[in-house]
Each structure stands twice: as structure tokens, then as C-alpha cells.
Design a protein around this ligand. Structure first.
Ligand SMILES: Cc1cc2nc3c(=O)[nH]c(=O)nc-3n(C[C@H](O)[C@H](O)[C@H](O)COP(=O)(O)OP(=O)(O)OC[C@H]3O[C@@H](n4cnc5c(N)ncnc54)[C@H](O)[C@@H]3O)c2cc1C
Length: 647
């Protein structure tokens, strides 16, 4: 009943939708189309932006529905109407809004895209079926560009509801599920402003997607309008940036720049930049806004610590620059407060660093009793323990980044595999690196862990990153993860360290562990919203639980619950009061506010309420998200394929 009355209200608010969309031209009312409706943008300071004047001009031409794109201070709506429209669930972009999309598309210069799920080409009963394109999608399904280059596809399809998996093309139908209904392919600030104003004024769900890497389903949502920032690719090198507290080299990065693009550009200018380990991750999108750990973090701090200035469109549709002296609250919050919360970032200026020497190692070793094994499982276990015990000697003392994964063997044979990809020592030459790790290598030899690492040394960051880091594999639809930031305090007394190691070994019996010996080093003079737990961290660990396409519903439920209540609980038991990294966390992390932001949460929530009183921006586990829920969800798996409703 409430939904019906809201829809009727919306219909009356959008009165005359059923009629032709029009505009006045040469004193005549004519149909609104590409030849009559100008793109709503004005050039100011080299940016195409939306202004009051542009909107007033279009209103004076009586363009249909132009009031839906107004800034909040110009919106006239009775308080009772507003209250009714903005309670309950977000507006679904169904037939009530259909005619408005045409106007929206015209105002954006044709940038609106109606969603066709990326897998639709594989469904023989679908109007978009295309055997050749389907083969292409299937062949590259686990590669990040397949999803980053699509307006709405995401790399964790689990949260979309898996309603159009191309692998199922022959035997089911393709539904839109948790994909947004529309996306705007952003090339100007004005398009972002139009999208935000429209979503806020109509209460339509808004989503921001850059590459779609998010592990928690934060860049998708059923019935949403998505702002797709992937094509904002500008990179400008600033040889000598001067701002409060920093003078030195910097780069201005558009919102769509990916890690690999940043590293290539930095290399061209003879500097190195703080970014993620995987090529396709969006730098100033979710990565920096969530904190962002990097191969260089033990030396230079997290991604968020590098930011000098942020260009952002706020939930009120206004485009601002936030830095240490202007809009300081926004500047603080966006650096670590999480994506899709305080607005849409269009670009950031970040510090970059002169090149230093890089050394390190890689290895890949398997334990067991068969011919594939290099070492016994006893030796393996002892070697892993010595490595864990020596963590303070590396990331904390020397600025190293130890990135490895260890897991029970996948071939069913008793034993483990351990892959270093890589152990990187920024600022350390190979001779010194070997000196630092010699005590560990001696211990390894003594326990029979006969590993022969491949060592390397380079005079820049780009080469080791290109040569020794793994290619990212994405879009596994049957996987959930949990993670934890383990504090350096765990290494301060023997009993706690013993308990930590016992628990880690127990966890390792059943899951793959991605391990980072890393420090989120606090940079002098930098204050931001990054989880304070990062500053204490010596070990960031990710664990996962998976199932298969043939698993029973009971097995799938058990695997999902295990993430939160078995693996996650064990990690929490050895790190009380710490937290985890919001970008690589369990979407059902208990008390996520504390776990993702610790003592910063109250301030973040206050900023969120003041900058976005409409809750125009929402994403699962984002700041303020606790006031909303998605309809029809299993309690152990929050997907994005229902309606978004206020609690
Ligand atoms: C294979 C892989 C490797 C990874 N490696 C690392 C790593 O080395 N280090 C690390 O720290 N993390 C890593 N991550 C995690 C990564 O940082 C997050 O998934 C991050 O959110 C990705 O950001 P994105 O913009 O590319 O993705 P998206 O999924 O497009 O966006 C992520 C979130 O940010 C929001 N968002 C995106 N752009 C904007 C914008 N312009 N303004 C406002 N909100 C925006 C989205 O709405 C969403 O909430 C990795 C993830 C994967 C899948």
C-alpha cells in the first residue's frame, strides 16, 4: 500500500510524463530531441559543469522535466510530499520514470546506457544473443577488462545475484538481477551533476562504478542509476606541487585511471607512485577512498596518505575542490572513509616519489610426500612459523612488503603450497636484502626447508612490478572472503604470539591465506579517515571460503556462514580491538563500523549526515549504510538484487 501511494505521488509529481517531451524553440513548442535540446554544460576553468544559469536557461525554454535536475536549494516541494516520497524504499526506475530517461540522455549528450548484462550475449533465448561475442566473454571471463570495460559488470558476480552468468547460457534465462537499470558513461563533471541531482530529486538508487573490482558488491545495485567513471583517464605530471605540508612531485589522476596506467606514467617521468598490486584496480576510485595498501606502503604509507587535493561532486550536485584548507572535513573523510559515500570523485592530486633501488625474491614451494613435493609438510610448517615470527624484522624495521599466498594443496594430496609474489624491499639493494633475511634462510635450512628463491634487483619500481607480480584473476562467483589487520602488538609477548601462530595454523588447515607482511606507515602531518588499525598493523591477512556450481544449498549456506562465523571469528579472536581493511573484507563483518573505521566512525557518520542528508549515496557497509536494507536477502549473504529500503 505504501509503495502504491508513493508511486502515485511520484506520478503526480512527474505530471505530464505520458505526453511528448518538448522544448520551446523560436517561440514554438517542439519535440525535445538531439536537434532541439542542448547538452546541459558550461565550460568553467577547463571543466564542463552544470550551473544554475544553464538550468535556468533550459527552464525558461520550458524543457519537459528540467525541474528534476535542479540543485537542492532550487527544488520546490511541499514538506509533506517530500516526506512521503523519501520514506520507505528507493524509487524503482520503472515505467513511471521512462519518459524522463530520454530527457536525461539528451542533457548528458547521449551518455545514458540502458543495461544489457554482460553475459546476455550467451543466452540463446535473449534478444542480445551473439555466439561470437559469447565465446569472447567466456574466454576472458576471469580477466579484469571484461568487467571494467562494461558499463555495469562487476568482478564479484555473487552480489549481483548471478542472474545472467554467461556460463549458464544454454540452460537458463538472463535477468538483470542486481545490475543497475541504467549507467551514465561519464566524460564530464556536468554529467555527474545531472545524475546526482536526478537521483536525489527522484529518490532513485544511485551507484558508482569505476572498474567494478569491489569485493562487497558496492558498485552495483538493482534498479539503480550508475555513474560509470571508468573513462576518466587523464594523467598529468606536476613536477613541483606546492600545497600545505608538501612541496614535491605529484600527479593529477582522473577517476578512471587504473594502477597499471599510473605505474606506466610514473615510470615515464622517472618517479614511482603508491598504488595497488593488481594492474586493473582503479586508483582514485575505491582503492584510495578505502585506504589502499601498496607494495610501497611500509615505506610511504597507504594510498589515502598520498592525496593532496580532491575534485569531487557532492551529494548536493555541487563540484568542489577539497584539500587541507578548503572543505577540510570532506578532504579528511574521502581519504579512507570508503567509496560511494560522500560524492563522486572526478580526480585527485597524489604525491609521487623519486625512484629508489628495489630488491626482493619470489618462490613457489609445495609440501607433501609425493613427487610434486619439494619439502616435507613438517619442514614447511616450521619454515612458515619462523617467517611469521620474524615479521617485525621486515615490514616494520626495513619497509619491506611480503606478499605471499599459502594454502592446502588443491590436488587433494596432504600438504601445502606457498607462493611468494613477491617479497619486495623498496629502497634496499640486493646485498642488504640478503643480509636482512639470512637468519631466516639459515633457520629454514636447519629445518629442512630447501627453497631456492629467485632474487632480483632493479633501479626502479615499474620493472619488478611488471616482472614479479601476478596477473589478477577475477569474477569467481562462488567465493567469499574475510580478512583482518593483525597488530604488531601480537609480536610483543610470547604467549600472544604463540596463540596467534596456533590460530593461523588452524585456519590454514581449511583455507587459502593471502598474507601481507605490511605496515600502513603513518606519514608525518597526514591526518585522514583511514582505519587507525592500519597504523598498528604488521600482518594483513585475507582468507576465503568457496563452493562449486554443484554444491547443495546447504553446502553453500555453510560455506558462507563459515566465512563470518568460523574463519572470521578465529581471526577476530587473535586481534581484539583491531579491525580490517574495508575494501577486502567480509560483507557481513559483525560491527563493521568499528572493524572498518575504529574511532573514526562517529566523525565519518556526522560528516555523512551533514553532506548527504538525503542518503543519495548508499553502498553495503558504507558509512551510514546501517539505516537501510535490501529486500529479500538471506541473512548470511547480503546481495544487491532486491529493493533498497529505509529501516
Ligand atoms: C584482483 C584485485 C586486486 C586487488 N588488489 C588490491 C591491492 O593491491 N591493494 C588494495 O588496497 N586493494 C586491492 N584490491 C581491492 C580494491 O582496492 C577495491 O576493490 C577497490 O574498491 C577497487 O576500486 P575500483 O574503483 O577499482 O572499483 P569499483 O568496484 O568500481 O568501486 C569500488 C567502490 O568505490 C566506489 N567508487 C568508485 N569510483 C568512485 C568515485 N570516483 N567516487 C566515489 N566513489 C567511487 C564504488 O561505488 C564502490 O563503492 C584488489 C581487488 C581485486 C579484485
Amino acid at each position: 500500500m505504501a509503495v502504491l501511494s508513493r508511486n502515485l505521488l511520484l506520478a503526480s509529481t512527474l505530471a505530464s510524463l505520458a505526453f511528448t517531451q518538448t522544448i520551446r524553440k523560436d517561440e514554438q513548442i517542439v519535440p525535445a530531441d538531439e536537434s532541439t535540446v542542448p547538452v546541459a554544460a558550461e565550460e568553467i576553468n577547463n571543466e564542463l559543469v552544470l550551473t544554475n544559469d544553464t538550468l535556468a536557461e533550459l527552464a525558461s525554454l520550458e524543457l519537459s522535466h528540467i525541474s528534476l535536475f535542479k540543485f537542492p536549494e532550487n527544488v520546490e516541494m511541499k514538506e509533506s510530499t517530500r516526506r512521503q516520497l523519501f520514506t520507505g524504499c528507493k524509487t524503482y526506475p520503472d515505467h513511471l520514470l521512462q519518459p524522463v530517461w530520454k530527457i536525461f540522455n539528451l542533457l548528458t549528450g547521449g551518455a545514458l546506457i540502458k543495461t544489457v548484462p554482460v553475459g546476455a550475449v550467451c543466452f540463446i533465448n535473449n534478444e542480445h544473443y551473439d555466439a561470437e561475442k559469447c565465446q569472447e566473454i567466456l574466454a576472458h571471463w576471469n580477466e579484469s577488462p571484461t568487467h571494467a570495460d562494461d558499463p555495469t559488470s562487476i568482478m564479484s558476480p555473487l552480489y549481483q545475484g548471478k542472474t545472467c552468468m554467461p556460463q549458464n547460457g544454454n540452460d537458463s534465462t538472463c535477468d538483470i538481477g542486481g545490475f543497475p537499470s541504467y549507467a551514465v558513461n561519464i566524460s564530464t563533471v556536468a554529467q555527474i551533476q545531472l545524475a546526482i541531482n536526478f537521483a536525489r530529486n527522484t529518490n532513485v538508487r544511485l551507484v558508482v562504478k569505476n572498474t567494478g573490482h569491489d569485493f562487497l558488491g558496492k558498485s552495483t545495485g538493482a534498479g539503480a542509476l550508475s555513474i560509470w567513471t571508468h573513462n576518466l583517464k587523464s594523467i598529468d605530471y606536476i613536477e613541483q606541487y606546492t600545497g600545505r605540508g608538501y612541496t614535491g612531485p605529484a600527479m593529477k589522476l582522473g577517476a578512471g585511471v587504473e594502477v597499471g596506467e599510473l605505474y606506466a606514467a610514473a615510470d615515464k617521468y622517472g618517479v614511482s607512485a603508491v598504488g595497488g598490486e593488481c594492474k586493473g584496480v582503479g586508483v582514485v576510485g575505491g582503492y584510495i577512498q578505502g585506504g589502499g595498501h601498496s607494495p610501497l606502503s611500509s615505506l610511504y604509507g597507504l594510498g589515502a596518505d598520498q592525496v593532496l587535493s580532491i575534485d569531487i561532486v557532492l551529494p548536493n550536485g555541487r563540484f568542489i575542490t577539497a584539500n587541507a584548507t578548503h572543505h577540510a572535513d570532506i578532504f579528511w573523510a574521502v581519504r579512507g572513509g570508503g567509496g560511494s559515500t560522500f560524492g563522486v570523485v572526478t580526480s585527485m592530486i597524489v604525491k609521487v616519489y623519486p625512484e629508489v633501488v628495489y630488491s626482493g625474491l619470489t618462490f613457489n614451494i609445495t609440501s607433501g610426500n609425493d613427487s610434486l613435493a619439494n619439502v616435507t609438510t613438517e619442514a614447511f610448517s616450521a619454515a612458515l612459523e619462523s617467517y611469521w615470527r620474524r615479521f617485525p624484522d621486515y615490514a616494520a624495521a626495513k619497509g619491506h612488503y611480503g606478499y605471499s599466498s599459502v594454502s592446502p594443496r588443491f590436488d587433494g594430496i596432504s600438504g601445502y603450497t606457498w607462493q611468494f609474489h613477491p617479497w619486495l624491499a623498496p629502497g634496499t639493494n640486493l646485498i642488504d636484502f640478503k643480509k636482512t633475511i639470512t637468519p631466516l634462510l639459515v633457520e629454514w635450512q636447519a629445518v629442512g626447508f630447501d627453497v631456492e628463491p629467485s632474487f632480483f634487483e632493479y633501479d626502479n619500481f615499474y620493472q619488478p612490478w611488471l616482472s614479479h607480480f601476478p596477473t589478477e584473476i577475477v569474477a569467481n562467483a562462488n567465493l567469499r572472503q574475510s580478512s583482518r589487520l593483525i597488530s604488531a602488538k601480537n609480536w610483543e609477548d610470547a604467549a600472544t604470539l604463540n596463540q596467534t601462530i596456533t590460530t593461523l595454523k588452524d585456519i590454514l588447515n581449511s583455507t587459502l591465506m593471502i598474507m601481507y607482511n605490511i605496515v600502513g606507515k603513518r606519514q608525518q602531518g597526514v591526518d585522514n579517515a583511514v582505519n587507525p588499525a592500519w597504523r598498528e598493523t604488521l600482518f594483513f591477512v585475507i582468507v576465503g571460503s568457496s563452493w562449486t556450481d554443484t554444491s547443495t544449498p546447504a553446502e553453500i549456506e555453510a560455506a558462507n556462514k563459515a566465512v563470518t562465523w568460523n574463519l572470521g571469528a578465529k581471526l577476530r579472536s587473535i586481534s581484539r580491538g583491531s579491525g580490517t581493511y574495508l575494501n577486502e573484507a567480509d560483507v557481513a563483518e559483525p560491527n563493521f563500523q568499528q572493524a572498518f573505521w575504529g574511532t573514526n566512525y562517529d566523525r565519518l557518520l556526522a560528516i555523512k549526515k551533514s553532506v548527504d542528508p538525503w542518503d543519495t549515496f548508499w553502498a553495503p557497509t558504507a558509512v551510514g549504510s546501517e539505516n537501510w536494507y535490501i529486500t529479500n536477502q538471506k541473512p548470511w549473504l547480503p546481495e544487491q538484487n532486491g529493493h533498497l529500503c529505509r529501516k
